[in-house]
Design a protein. Structure first.
Length: 399
């Protein structure tokens, strides 16, 4: 937890942060995700931050010297997030990495204090409940939205948590969640009445045991969530676009394919860059993150639209905007852009899911985080496509 010594080691300039133009949120915007940090105290083998899911997370996202500027300050995040109009039904989801560790653990409370929004938190509960609650600066209510599911969604990772908590991973996690009731949070076994709930990735290695069941029952909501990825050659999860996540990983084809793609979500990396999908975001950070580019951009007053072509000239994977660019608008998300990495998409971008209006359950309309068209699918793969009649509308040239 070296990252707990973070704030003191930066050399900060005193800057006056200007008020940026408000963003016009389309009604269809489904998700706002802020990756506060990609550093994590755990190293789960199936971590989706690593597109290959090869158990090398610790190496790919090392906890680095804190003199290196790898995240926005809480004041910059407040400036960026205050561009987003307050909407009771659209929380900003803080995630990572492990977001509790951001800014020596103090960052969440600093951001929550300076913004009007409701927030959801995706966390592994790295800090003790008392420390976490104290760090919130009395802003608990920003994590207490009236919703059918908990705002604080804690993930349970059996192998890593049993390693860190000496074989008591699940019991410790339940205790931490339950203890939040001492700090102003609602904790109930019913997920609609609880601010906190536990989720376990349904990875084939993660088993629910009778002991676990008796530990959580009557105390904290617990659910499993779909595992997205490949295990022992089998693809898990349901995806709208054929081979989008497994084309290369399962040797279906030698090369990735070209297509056009746009996002339906506002995805922000630790330095405030806006990304078109999780693959681009993660790959950029596996390569160390756009740290040098951020410095150049900062020197240009964050005018990304004006300077993108020069600053990201040598990059294949470039962001689509920056939250501190006064010229950034939500219309930038609606542009279909060429991509030649189809087949290495991240499962959470192309999996079939509900939008926040429950479109799939209620009307059978599949929602995905990205919209893809004109996939240059080789004819030699057509006979491997399940439900070709439906999928062919995504291909070009059409059959
Ligand atoms: S806790 Fe989450 S972010 Fe951290 S290694 Fe595990 S899956 Fe990845
Ligand atoms: S096709 Fe896949 S890799 Fe390319 S931008 Fe879309 S989601 Fe990302």
């Amino acid at each position: 937890m070296d990252s707990l010594n973070q704030t003191t080691q930066f050399n900060f300039k005193v800057v006056i942060l200007m008020v940026l133009p408000s963003l016009q949120l389309p009604n269809t915007l489904n998700y706002i995700g802020v990756f506060l940090t990609l550093e994590c105290n755990l190293s789960c083998s199936y971590c989706i931050n690593d597109p290959q899911q090869t158990g090398q997370r610790e190496m790919l996202f090392p906890i680095q010297a804190k003199s290196l500027r790898k995240c926005l300050t809480p004041a910059e995040w407040s400036q960026a997030l205050n561009r987003i109009p307050y909407r009771e039904d659209l929380p900003i989801t803080l995630q990572g990495g492990e977001p509790m560790l951001y800014w020596s653990g103090k960052g969440l409370g600093m951001i929550l204090s300076e913004t009007p929004h409701y927030f959801d938190l995706l966390t592994n509960f790295a800090l003790k409940p008392k420390t976490f609650a104290n760090n919130l600066n009395g802003q608990q209510r920003k994590l207490q939205r009236d919703a059918p599911y908990p705002s604080i969604r804690v993930s349970y990772h059996a192998e890593e948590m049993n390693r860190v908590w000496r074989g008591q991973g699940f019991a410790e996690l339940i205790n931490r969640c339950e203890a939040l009731s001492d700090y102003g949070f609602r904790v109930s076994p019913s997920k609609a009445e609880s601010d906190v709930g536990i989720y376990m990735v349904a990875h084939p290695q993660n088993k629910m045991t009778a002991e676990m069941e008796s530990t959580y029952t009557g105390r904290v909501p617990f659910e499993s969530k779909e595992f997205l990825g490949i295990h022992e050659g089998k693809l898990h999860g349901h995806y709208l676009y054929p081979f989008s996540t497994d084309l290369i990983a399962r040797n279906i084809h030698l090369n990735t394919l070209s297509c056009e793609c746009r996002t339906t979500e506002l995805l922000l990396d630790p330095l405030g860059f806006v990304w078109g999908c999780h693959f681009y975001l993660y790959q950029s950070w596996i390569a160390g993150g756009p740290v040098r580019e951020f410095e150049e951009l900062e020197a240009q007053g964050f005018r990304y639209s004006e300077n993108r072509a020069r600053i990201f000239a040598i990059h294949d994977l470039a962001p689509i905007g920056h939250m501190l660019d006064p010229d950034f608008t939500m219309a930038d998300l609606e542009v279909f852009r060429s991509c030649r990495h189809y087949g290495r998409c991240i499962g959470c971008d192309t999996k079939v899911k509900n939008d926040r209006f429950q479109s799939y359950y209620d009307q059978g309309i599949a929602h995905t985080s990205v919209m893809i068209r004109n996939i240059q699918m080789p004819a030699s793969l057509y006979d491997k496509v399940e439900n070709l009649d439906y999928s062919q509308k995504f291909f070009t040239p059409p059959l």
